[in-house]
Design a protein around this ligand. Sequence first.
Ligand SMILES: [Zn+2]
Length: 315
Amino acid sequence: MRCPSRRSAVLGMVLLCGSSIAVANYQDPAAAGAQGGGTGGQVIPVDKLHDRLFVLRGGGGNTAVFLGADGVTVVDTKIPGWGQPLIAKIKELTDKPIVRIINSHTHYDHVGGNVDFPPTIDVVAHANTQVNMKRGVPPKGAESRVPPDVFKANGGKNIAKRTFKDTMTIGQGADRIDLYYFGRGHTDGDAWTVFPALRVMHAGDIFSGKLVPLLDTSNGGSGVEIADTLAKAATVANVDRIITGHSSVMTPADLREYADFNRDFLAYVRAAKKAGRSVDEATSGYTFPEKYKGYRAPREDSIRNSVEAIYGELR
Ligand SMILES: [Zn+2]
């Protein structure tokens, strides 16, 4: 019986990452009348950024689909159970073969569909993300609400096969893809994927939206370092648009602002700790600074989790 686990996986993703888009698009497969491996209710809306680049929403993190001369590159594969509908949607967009997955980080709502792709596919990620995929430790603070590890359940199928440390370039000219690692943040393996010919970057969850950051310290995340990491990413040349992990497409100015937001958040938490306040006191005392418009906490416990993570690092 797949529906309950699929449903709990989606709820877990919503709780973890707070994507209102995913909530709006999700229908329980049972309620939608799907049977067995059917894809009823698994709605994947498509945003076309360019003739060769699409954002596929729903079912977890935002997926980028890039059409190159040698085939299709897919950045992130959504929650477990959404690989097949993702592949079906890509086939509606192009006849080209899918040749490559890039995973922005280890979380189940970005890698869950990997196992539905053929075992011959190229899978690229940061070296630390490959380690995290093999370890299969759930995100800090979300342990009770995430699905079972999809790689363990599938004998390690389509864990990252090719890794990089600082940068990696795939292809050339109009097909070129640049991967960057700028340091710890959401995890210790957050990859930034840039399509320079199209001036677009895919950020993953280190920039999931205008949200209090989710700092997954179980997978190397850092609230002390995230602002510096974001600021470095904002200096990448030839980028006009940024595909966020779970929100709308944003700009380098938004990314710079998000780096500032995180720096100010860290300063607040640092000061609270220095003043001897407890995690609860620091949490209840936090208010979003006036200058950051549209920022929010995706969950009730988001601020507390982030405060706690930073207190742990400052110890
Ligand atoms: Zn994540």
